[in-house]
Design a binder for this molecule. Structure first.
Ligand SMILES: [Zn+2]
Length: 283
């Protein structure tokens, strides 16, 4: 049987300049935060990875900071409600109302809105997916394939913003597979929620049949896990056993950009020596 190979290095970043929204607003209003859960989360975000950690360790550090939870806007009263256990907006019905909130304190349109400015940075962008969202993804020349939105080891982010828009133009997707660890930046039009997989044509023909069955099985296994378990087992950094070095073919200026994104994201300063491009290049 001819073995089909997914494109292994399809991991280039989109070309346009990216920017990330700033945490500054949220930080300045930190004293408005009344929930201990949220305030400890901000403290957590403010913590820094230990100096001198490897690239892999930093990715794992970042992964532990990924959490479900999003802000949903009521289609009746337009108030925003925080839903701590919802990973991405595809888990919600098209129309969402306060009365659907499992938290009875806010399950009515008459309940006051929580201070809006304590939203997480990820909630400030109009992200359809979150790190850990299970999806079907399409790479040119390949059938729809099960995958998971995951942090890119180069940019250390799972979404890509172009220009000044807060709507991601791409998401980094790592594909389920028995052995190969492949990932790609995909436009939203090439991504569907995994739960809607029946709506895409999964090609079980030809050489991919057994392989895609294994991938689907893994995705269903991931579906039953908590977000933390899912990321630990199926993320790029969880599965890829080779060295994770500084981004390939990326010059110092570009690495500086990634560093800047990371620093802005977590409002931390990283020592310059952590992002040397003198590390050996894999392969
Ligand atoms: Zn409402």
């Amino acid at each position: 049987m001819d073995e089909a190979i997914l494109p292994v290095e399809n991991a280039h970043e989109p070309f346009e300049e990216a920017h990330q929204p700033s945490l500054v607003d949220a930080m300045q209003t930190e004293n408005m935060v009344t929930s201990s859960q949220s305030s400890s989360k901000y403290k957590d975000i403010l913590s820094q990875p230990a100096a001198g950690v490897s690239h892999r360790q930093r990715l794992l550090w970042l992964q532990k900071r990924r959490s479900p939870g999003l802000w949903a806007q009521c289609d009746e009263c337009s108030r925003w409600r925080y839903l701590p256990h919802v990973l991405d907006r595809h888990e919600l019905p098209v129309k969402w109302y306060c009365r659907m909130n499992p938290d009875s304190t806010f399950a009515s349109c008459s309940a006051p809105e929580y201070p809006i400015r304590m939203r997480d940075e990820e909630d400030l962008i109009h992200s359809e997916y979150n790190a850990g969202s299970l999806v079907m993804g399409r790479v040119e020349g390949w059938p729809w394939w099960p995958g998971m939105v995951d942090d890119c080891p180069d940019t250390e982010q799972y979404y890509w913003l172009d220009g000044f828009s807060d709507i991601p133009t791409h998401y980094n997707v790592v594909f389920f597979d028995a052995e190969d660890v492949t990932r790609a930046w995909l436009a939203p039009s090439d991504i569907k929620p995994f739960k809607d997989r029946k709506k895409v044509n999964i090609d079980f023909k030809k050489n991919n049949r057994e392989r895609i069955k294994v991938a689907l099985k893994q995705a269903k296994e991931a579906e039953k896990m908590t977000l933390t378990e899912r990321l630990a087992k199926f993320s790029f950094v969880g599965r890829y056993k080779g060295d994770i070095n500084s981004p390939k073919k990326v010059n110092k200026k570009e690495i500086g950009k990634y560093k800047e994104l990371f620093e802005r994201k977590f409002s931390v300063a990283m020592p310059d020596d952590e992002i040397s491009d003198s590390e050996s290049v894999p392969e």
